[in-house]
Ligand binder design. Structure first.
Ligand SMILES: C[S@@+](CC[C@H](N)C(=O)[O-])C[C@H]1O[C@@H](n2cnc3c(N)ncnc32)[C@H](O)[C@@H]1O
Length: 236
């Protein structure tokens, strides 16, 4: 579980901070942090983006989104290993956005991966282009193990409804956790008779790099639980 939290968990876009490493004057006054190389800072946080704004040479190919991309090993390794695909990491903590961008640069994948510093639910609900995402990865999100905190878990019926807006028909959600209760809870949130089909997913079925947190849990001998859903199209 992730211990670090910050104010961007509120569902609002991350505000520019005057003490961020480098800042520039923003239109209308104030300051705007300069993006790291590899970071995507939207011009407008209040409308859905087009992928051409994120990836300047976008050619219409598959786009994958990694929510809560952490220190970025998964994102950078995917981007390096799947040249025909574009990858957007979404992460709320500045230090992790910086680490993610560095890993993408070091992997030589700056042409196909970007990192957005923003809250995941906000990003899916308001910012991502509709019906445009091939795969959405939700890997080791905070499990919020106490029952009174379960409503803070990102995986919910309403989250799936928002995800259904941005996935292409045939697109997939891939979820991993080390928390058996969260895995079961997530399965129970998937409506039966809706647009979601459960797909089998065993370790090694396809190219899928180990994440930073996964490596930590595996080293501790913890079991990993997987959920793979295909969106069949239509309303969630
Ligand atoms: C447990 S870590 C997992 C990181 C990475 N997926 C991995 O497996 O190594 C969860 C990450 O999600 C980020 N995070 C948690 N809630 C978030 C939210 N609502 N929006 C964006 N990022 C979030 C945390 O800052 C953290 O980096």
């Amino acid at each position: 579980m992730c211990e670090k939290k910050d104010a961007t968990a509120t569902g609002e876009p991350a505000p520019a901070k005057a003490d961020d490493s480098t800042t520039a004057p923003a239109p209308g006054g104030g300051v705007r942090r300069r993006p790291f190389e590899g970071e995507w800072m939207p011009e407008d946080y209040f409308r859905r983006a087009a992928w051409e704004e994120v990836f300047p040479d976008y050619d219409g190919g598959p786009v994958e989104v990694d929510l809560g991309s952490g220190d970025g090993t998964f994102l950078a390794t995917m981007a390096a290993g799947m040249p025909g695909h574009r990858f957007l990491g979404v992460e709320r903590l500045l230090g992790r956005v910086r680490a993610c961008c560095r890993k993408v640069r070091e992997a030589g994948a700056l042409d196909r991966a970007r990192v957005l510093r923003l809250e995941s639910l906000y990003t899916v609900r308001w910012l991502l282009p509709l019906a445009s995402v091939q795969r959405l990865h939700l890997l080791f999100p905070d499990p919020w193990p106490k029952k009174k905190h379960h409503q803070r878990r990102i995986f919910s019926e309403s989250f799936l409804g928002d995800v259904a807006q941005v996935l292409k028909p045939g697109g997939e959600v891939l979820f991993k956790t080390d928390d058996a209760d969260y895995a079961e809870w997530a399965r129970e949130r998937v409506p039966s008779g809706g647009p979601w089909t459960h797909l089998p997913w065993q370790e090694g079925d396809f190219f899928y790099p180990t994440t930073d947190f996964e490596a930590r849990w595996l080293a501790q001998g913890r079991a990993i639980h997987r959920l793979r859903l295909r969106f069949e199209g239509g309303a969630a």
